[in-house]
Design a binder for this molecule. Structure first.
Ligand code: FES
Length: 153
């Protein structure tokens, strides 16, 4: 992590005045700044809050919103739970893969998109579902994939 990046992380942590209970908020701030949690940032959080590194990692891996791998600017999530699967979820994943040239868990070369799949988002009735940056798109079709992705380019 460069000196500038370390300064940025320090300022995000300092905002909470060393309050250990702010751990999740701090991780959220770092995640939204970088789209992921760099290892050096996690180490810095542990050091400054005086929390064991393993506990910070524990929090970072517990919540799906956090990523320990670099993520693109936009996170595309396609549901492959049973209900979405039978309604064509795999076709939606295939279309996103084809259009963005990535496989699940991968990020496009230009760092704009990361694709991931999940097993049920809890709203099976509107499946198949695709989510981009928290925005839910139900009743997905391959044609809709093209139209929706265009809005995030
Ligand atoms: S299976 Fe996709 S939301 Fe439940």
């Amino acid at each position: 992590m460069t000196g500038k990046a370390k300064k940025k992380v320090d300022s995000l942590i300092d905002k909470y005045e060393g309050e250990r209970s702010a751990l999740i908020s701090i991780l959220q701030d770092i995640q939204s700044e970088y789209n992921w949690l760099p290892q050096e940032a996690i180490t810095e959080v542990a050091r400054k809050l005086d929390i064991p590194l393993i506990d910070v990692y524990g929090a970072a891996t517990f919540f799906r919103q956090f990523s320990l791998k670099p993520r693109g600017k936009h996170l595309v999530t396609v549901c492959l739970g049973t209900a979405c699967h039978v309604r064509g979820g795999p076709r939606i994943v295939g279309e996103v893969e084809r259009r963005l040239n990535v496989r699940p868990s991968e990020t496009t070369k230009n760092k704009r998109f990361t694709l991931e799949t999940v097993n049920c988002l809890g709203c099976c009735a509107i499946g198949p579902i695709m989510v981009i940056d928290g925005e839910y798109y139900g009743g997905m079709t391959t044609t809709k994939v093209k139209q929706i992705l265009k809005n995030y380019r």
